[in-house]
Design a protein around this ligand. Structure first.
Ligand SMILES: Nc1nc2c([nH]c(=O)n2[C@@H]2O[C@H](COP(=O)(O)OP(=O)(O)OP(=O)(O)O)[C@@H](O)[C@H]2O)c(=O)[nH]1
Length: 148
């Protein structure tokens, strides 16, 4: 065992989808999955030999039926959290552009919320720090987007 406890690092890619009113999409984990009932950002595990971007494009299609392109995925921040049986490393992208009608393909509830309102939702422990940092990060992103 290493001095970190020897936990395996699990790579999960997640996306903050942002609508025209600057609201963010969160989805509720369905019953039967670990952490059921908690709200999270869409995404999922990065498979072997898959890039985080490719994993996200695949997951967004599977979970929500939307198509996003790689240039539309803007690296935003990451979460790094020790769960009891693994260490989660989660790159978080922002995305404002997608194609297709958004549908909850896995029976998950969807909610569009302002960044400041995230604190009102129960999210996985790894997401807790994001509740504090996302409002400021998204403001910066909005300012840097203003020119394009
Ligand atoms: N998508 C997503 N996963 C998160 C977030 N926060 C967080 O701790 N996770 C964790 O990251 C892991 C993602 O696994 P998942 O089960 O959603 O991924 P998946 O769809 O590839 O899994 P499956 O196909 O095996 O069901 C879970 O352990 C989940 O709890 C988040 O904001 N979004």
């Amino acid at each position: 065992m290493g001095h970190d406890g020897g936990k395996r690092v699990m790579l999960v890619a997640a996306c903050v989808l942002i609508d025209a009113q600057d609201r963010l999409l969160i989805t509720q984990r369905p019953e039967g999955k670990p952490l059921a009932g908690l709200w999270e950002f869409p995404g999922g595990k990065v498979e072997r030999h898959e890039t985080p971007e490719a994993a996200l494009i695949r997951e967004l299609k599977e979970e929500l039926g939307i198509a996003v392109s790689e240039p539309g995925l803007i690296p935003l921040t990451f979460a790094s959290h020790a769960y009891p049986s693994f260490h989660l490393l989660m790159p978080v992208y922002a995305c404002r552009r997608w194609q297709g009608d958004m549908t909850a393909h896995e029976g998950q509830a969807l909610a569009w919320v302002g960044a400041e309102a995230l604190s009102a939702y129960a999210m996985p422990p790894a997401d807790e720090p994001l509740k504090e940092t996302l409002p400021g990060l998204l403001r910066l992103l909005g300012e840097s987007d203003a020119g394009d």
